[in-house]
Design a protein around this ligand. Structure first.
Ligand code: SF4
Length: 380
């Protein structure tokens, strides 16, 4: 089974008020040290012996690095790790970094999927989210990327903003479709403590949409996008055709191995999860000293792995592969949960078919609740 390689690029030009990713405003000197550090970390990780068929540059803002720095990173991982010839390379991009020159440089780096952080086509929403681009910048960037000939152009959008109406959100989806996005990732606004929005929430001046509104917007998003020709293949992800699904993220959702490089990156290999130092300085110190920059790790038992596979599976339209659950973790899910599964099927949340337990859209909306109701036995 080929693994996925994730590279966390922590640099951003400013920090958005809702962001809780590991990001930094560090300048050129630390960027160059980071680029060299990724090469060192790749050399250290080569001993794991993994073979990769996807490489995902996420962040942070990978497009904030110069094209030759991205080239150095890709050259290092392609040279030091077993990265196959036909590997699919993904790049997260912010609209302000898109120019004719950057598009052609990214094409030369053999990037196949670009994921553009549009977030909204509405200037007031972009202002609220503290983004550096305008709606017109996003439109121009999208046109450029489309003309660039990438295999898949994906957009990120955020919904559930204070004061946003259902109609206003539908207009965002319609514009994304009208501009021929192949793939959409749509996330509800989540407020994390430790962010600017988190502090505003603590003071009572900001809040997330209440639960019934969140559920309504979730179902609306899936319904409208289905009408616009997008398959909701995961809770937050939509594609116009199977070839545009994120083959890298599918590895996370189907419990396949992945390795993360860079500060805060997580890995899953065999039964082991491990994660890197979150802060750039701590990560850099470790790789410069020739050590794996790990902050923690855990070994998972069969029951934990099975529960995780169910939780992840029920977030995807393909659902849980029952045969794989049995052979990998020794769990016969239907045998253990006959009554509950019947109840969820009768309630229109799950469908049992061809060896898979699939969620309907209403099932996806409560995927975590469904998973928690299912027994996986006491093994592991
Ligand atoms: S651009 Fe993205 S990663 Fe950077 S601060 Fe904003 S939300 Fe976070």
């Amino acid at each position: 089974m080929s693994a996925g390689l994730y590279i966390h690029v922590p640099f951003c030009a400013s920090v958005c008020p809702y962001c809780d990713f590991a990001v930094t405003l560090a300048g050129e000197e630390r960027r160059q040290a980071y680029v060299a550090g990724i090469g060192r970390e790749a050399a250290l990780a080569a001993a794991d012996g993994l073979k990769f068929d996807t490489v995902y540059l996420g962040g942070g803002t990978p497009s904030a690095l110069a094209a030759d720095q991205l080239g150095e990173i890709l050259g290092a991982v392609r040279g030091r790790l077993q990265v196959g010839e036909d590997t699919w390379t993904f790049l997260e991009i912010n609209p302000e970094d898109v120019s004719a020159a950057s598009v052609s440089a990214w094409r030369e780096l053999e990037v196949r999927t670009v994921s553009l952080g549009v977030q909204s086509f509405d200037d007031a929403a972009l202002g609220f989210l503290g983004r550096r681009h305008t709606a017109d910048d996003a439109r121009r960037a999208l046109d450029r990327l489309r003309e660039g000939g990438f295999a898949t152009v994906s957009l990120d959008l955020i919904y559930g903003l204070p004061g946003q109406s259902a109609d206003g959100w539908c207009r965002q989806l319609e514009e994304a479709a009208a501009r021929s996005a192949d793939h959409l990732s749509c996330y509800q606004l989540t407020i994390h403590s430790g962010t600017v929005f988190g502090r505003r929430q603590a003071r009572g001046s900001l809040g997330e949409a209440v639960e019934p509104v969140q559920a309504e917007l979730f179902l609306l998003t899936h319904r409208v996008l289905a009408e616009l020709g997008y398959e909701g293949y995961e809770v937050s992800n939509f594609a116009t055709a199977p070839r545009h699904r994120s083959r890298h993220n599918l590895k996370y959702w189907s419990h396949e191995p992945y390795l993360g490089l860079g500060p805060s990156a997580h890995s899953f290999v065999g039964r082991r999860r491990f994660w890197n130092q979150r802060r750039l300085r701590a990560w850099q110190r470790a790789v410069d000293a020739g050590c794996r920059p790990l902050e923690g790790s855990e070994e998972l038992g069969d029951a934990e792995l099975a529960l995780e596979a169910i939780m992840l599976g029920l977030r995807t339209a393909d659902g849980v592969d029952l045969g794989s659950l049995r052979s990998r973790y020794g769990v016969d899910l239907v045998e253990l949960n006959r009554r509950a599964i019947e109840r969820f099927c009768d309630g229109g949340h799950l469908v049992l078919d061809s060896g898979r337990l699939r969620p309907t859209v209403s099932g996806m909306a409560i995927a975590d609740t469904l998973a928690r109701e299912l027994e996986v036995g006491a093994s592991g």
